[in-house]
Design a protein around this ligand. Structure first.
Ligand SMILES: Cc1ncc(COP(=O)(O)O)c(C=O)c1O
Length: 391
């Protein structure tokens, strides 16, 4: 994999750096959507998407759109107006399901965590015992807080209630396991029913694709709904195309599919387990290195994502000045949202982001802090980063 075309140190929580192989595939001549070469690329992409989610018993849908469309596809194909869902919210993107559900007349209960914390499991059990939910939505990694949902705990509790388990993987897919074939707590009924995602984060592909995997129970829910208030989002309209990508429903994003195929080949060549391990190791090393600068993650230690970190500033550091300093050096990080806006920055470290890029980032962060009079030791941070990667 090569990254020669990336001019910026793009370390926001998505979009993320794109490899040359993907850029080459994107810039491929635009074929007809019925051209056998394109049809084959689409088929390969769908096969690899199934493998990515271990969704052999279900169906996958890859269409032009963004993560928000995939959220909509997940919901509107399984839940109807008047039915109730429970939304587990670890921040801004968990909350997005509230407006989405409301747009379709779906009733909602929301279990929110304080920013940086995981939702309370006993409150979850209480809500599930007192209500009948058609589905529960869980954001795998909330991009606003860097909190990773604990699937080992959540899947059995939620599936015991009979609700569908809908997982928003936008900021996790291809970096953290999302295994739809896995039986949690050794119970064959305790499986993730839907994983939805977008192309622009840990997959290392530009924005532009909505990707949704439906397990058998989610597909059954779609059948039971009959007519749904959707057209482009209705998987029944897309099913013939997913079965045979040479057919037409709406013009596919030809070049994006080419790029997606190339990106997934890189993901599979690395190996899913190796990729998950790399993300875990890099994230842990990075958090330890940032601690040398007295920079602490917002997320509590047990629930830190390996894709991004929301990093709290020490007292007195100005957010605007800090990020502008970095931007002048072509290192781009994102501002924080909600209650931590101005008090933290969001640092993406997923997909094609390399160790060398992160080493450079650590040096630039030291300079940005020094610019505001904070004394830090970049050499020490680099030493801590490297020694934790070797473990
Ligand atoms: C966890 C999560 N869910 C959903 C979305 C929405 O995706 P998009 O912006 O691609 O529509 C995002 C976007 O960053 C996200 O991080």
């Amino acid at each position: 994999m090569a990254l020669t075309k990336n001019q910026d140190l793009l370390l926001i929580p998505g979009p993320t750096p794109v490899s040359d192989e993907v850029y080459e595939a994107l810039s491929h001549e635009t074929y007809s959507h019925t051209d056998p070469r394109f049809v084959q690329a689409y088929k390969n992409s769908l096969d690899m998407t199934k493998e990515l989610f271990n969704c052999q018993e279900g169906e996958v849908y890859v269409v032009a759109g963004s993560g928000t469309l995939s959220m909509e596809m997940a919901l509107v194909n399984t839940v109807k107006a008047g039915e109730k869902i429970l939304i587990l919210s670890h921040g801004y993107f968990g909350d997005r399901f509230i407006q989405l559900a409301q747009a379709f007349g779906i009733e909602t209960d929301v279990l929110s965590a304080d920013w940086g914390q995981h939702v309370c499991l006993s409150k979850l059990r209480e809500l599930l015992a007192q209500n009948e939910y058609k589905a529960v939505t869980v954001t795998h990694v909330d991009t606003s807080t860097g909190v990773e949902a604990d699937l080992e705990m959540l899947v059995p509790i939620i599936k015991e209630s009979g609700a569908l388990f809908i997982l928003d993987g936008v900021c996790a897919t291809a970096a953290i396991p999302e295994d739809m074939g896995k039986s949690y707590a050794n119970n064959p009924d305790y499986k993730i029913d839907i994983v939805l995602t977008g192309s622009q984060k840990a997959l290392g592909i530009p924005p532009g694709l909505a990707i949704v995997a439906f397990g058998p129970k989610a597909l059954q829910a779609r059948e039971e709904l009959g007519h749904i208030p959707a057209y482009y989002s209705d998987i029944k309209n897309w099913r013939p195309i997913m079965e045979n990508p040479g057919r037409y429903f709406a013009t596919p994003a030809i070049n994006m599919i080419n790029g997606y195929e190339a990106g997934l080949k890189l993901v599979m060549a690395e190996g899913l387990e190796a990729r998950y391990q790399r993300h875990r190791q890099v994230a842990q090393a990075l958090v330890k290195a940032l601690a040398v600068y007295a920079l602490e993650p917002l997320a509590t230690a047990d629930h830190r994502a390996s894709t991004l970190t929301c990093v709290l500033y020490p007292e007195g550091v100005d957010d605007g000045k800090f990020r502008n300093f970095l931007a002048e050096k072509k290192m781009i990080v994102a501002g924080a949202l909600g209650p931590v806006a101005g008090k933290a920055f969001r640092f993406g470290h997923m997909g094609n982001t390399t160790v060398e890029m992160l080493e450079e980032a650590l040096v630039l962060i030291a300079q940005a802090l020094q610019d505001q009079g904070v004394k830090v030791d970049a050499e020490k941070a680099l030493e801590v980063f490297k020694s934790n990667l070797d473990k």
